[in-house]
Design a protein around this ligand. Structure first.
Ligand code: FOL
Length: 201
């Protein structure tokens, strides 16, 4: 039976739920972004994932990396008119639920059905859409030096549970990939981080 695609959040979070500084991320973590790429791309062979982002996050992605390849890209902004750029494979929508409705009513002929929706930021989207998801793929970033942050999330994670690493591994390795994860900190420059998986209780 066909199941509706799962919607989840993927984010890298610093101390006190800090996520940004001056319109960009407060850190540049090469291995971590590879993890992001793997996790958001990986799907069973007959399906494709979708990434959903706000307009400012889209603009923060280096031009040479966007649209994020091998994923459907959905950009949200109040000023968009719910259109699809077929050549680039980019959807411009002003409402995520309208996009899901248009998918369900067969408005678009997709190359493959959608496996998972990943909400990839930024702060505005994370804060408003957390109520619509049951799974969070969180990279918990700590910094040795003090790093500047001017954007924090307003999440209350008290009703969420961190899952064991085996569950994270099972969750992200759905296709034929074998993304290695464990509970250890990874060090990159001045930062260290670990990968986590939260679900609602
Ligand atoms: N979640 C996590 N865990 N880490 C992130 O870096 C992250 N970033 C965003 C949202 N959630 C995240 C939003 N910002 C790219 C750049 C910025 C960005 C998201 C993605 C990007 O260029 N990604 C490429 C890979 C680039 C590379 O190899 O350096 C991609 O194909 O995904």
């Amino acid at each position: 039976v066909a199941r509706p695609p799962m919607i989840m959040i993927v984010a890298a979070l610093g101390p006190k739920l800090g996520i940004g500084y001056q319109g960009a991320m407060p850190w540049r973590l090469k291995q971590e972004i590879k993890y992001f790429k793997n996790v958001t791309t990986n799907s069973p062979a007959d399906k494709i994932n979708a990434v959903i982002m706000g307009r400012k996050t889209w603009e923060s992605i280096p031009a040479k990396f966007r649209p994020l390849p091998n994923r459907l890209n959905i950009i949200l902004s109040r000023s968009y008119n719910n259109t699809f750029d077929e050549n680039q494979g980019i959807f411009y929508y002003n409402d995520l639920n309208q996009f899901i409705k248009d998918l369900n009513t067969g408005k678009y002929e997709l190359p493959k059905p959608i496996h998972r929706f990943f909400i990839i930021g930024g702060a505005q989207l994370y804060n408003t859409l957390i109520d619509q998801v049951n799974d969070l793929l969180i990279t918990q970033v700590e910094n040795d030096q003090d790093c500047k942050i001017d954007t924090w999330l307003d999440w209350n994670l008290s009703n969420w549970n961190q899952q064991p690493t085996e569950k994270l591994s099972h969750f992200i390795n759905q296709g034929d990939t074998n993304i290695q994860v464990n509970n250890d900190f990874i060090q990159e420059g001045d930062f260290k981080y670990k990968y986590a998986y939260y679900t609602r209780n």
